[in-house]
Design a protein around this ligand. Sequence first.
Ligand code: AMP
Length: 194
Amino acid sequence: MRIILLGAPGSGKGTQGPVLAKRYGSTHISTGDLLRTSIASGSELGQRVHTYVQAGELVPDEVVLELLWGPLQEAAASGGYVLDGFPRSMRQAEEAYRRALLAEVTADAVVYLAVPDEVVRERIAARAAEGREDDTDPYVTERRLRVFHAETEPLLAFYDGRGLLVRVDASGRPDEVSIAMTASLDVRAGVPQA
Ligand code: AMP
């Protein structure tokens, strides 16, 4: 199954992505993880990426697409993908759709993990101890939230218009969110219902 996972920072994409991947035999691909790996490599590209991630801004589209497209096609060829953190803007969504149509790997469903901003702030403050530098500064959290509302939220109407959107209340416990999410998706995936 090919799934796009949308949600604000701290909405649980990194937790629920692997749950979905396991259930539907797909590969979890996080653009945030790909970008952090690039930063950790210390390459020139990684240093450029770092300035954007550190500030809570979007990394330029061509950099993200370059890192993402290979792994995405590999995943699509072997059971599907769960795409976490991409697309994040209308421009990315349109470019990805254009490419995916050509490669016949368009998404089957888009899951939106809905959480109020207040919950996002609490969760990011709580996980700051885990050491992600873009989680430790409240100003960066606010910028990431603003970027989400301005750039990413418009994608909800885009995917709803294509009949793909599955909205899940993600403010509860991770196991509760997993149950709600897979209950909606099983129907689409054709998993027999009890
Ligand atoms: P995440 O791990 O998804 O919260 O992403 C962490 C950071 O990586 C974001 O705040 C952005 O700076 C960058 N990033 C991740 N995905 C994308 C994307 N699709 N486009 C641009 N920047 C991204």
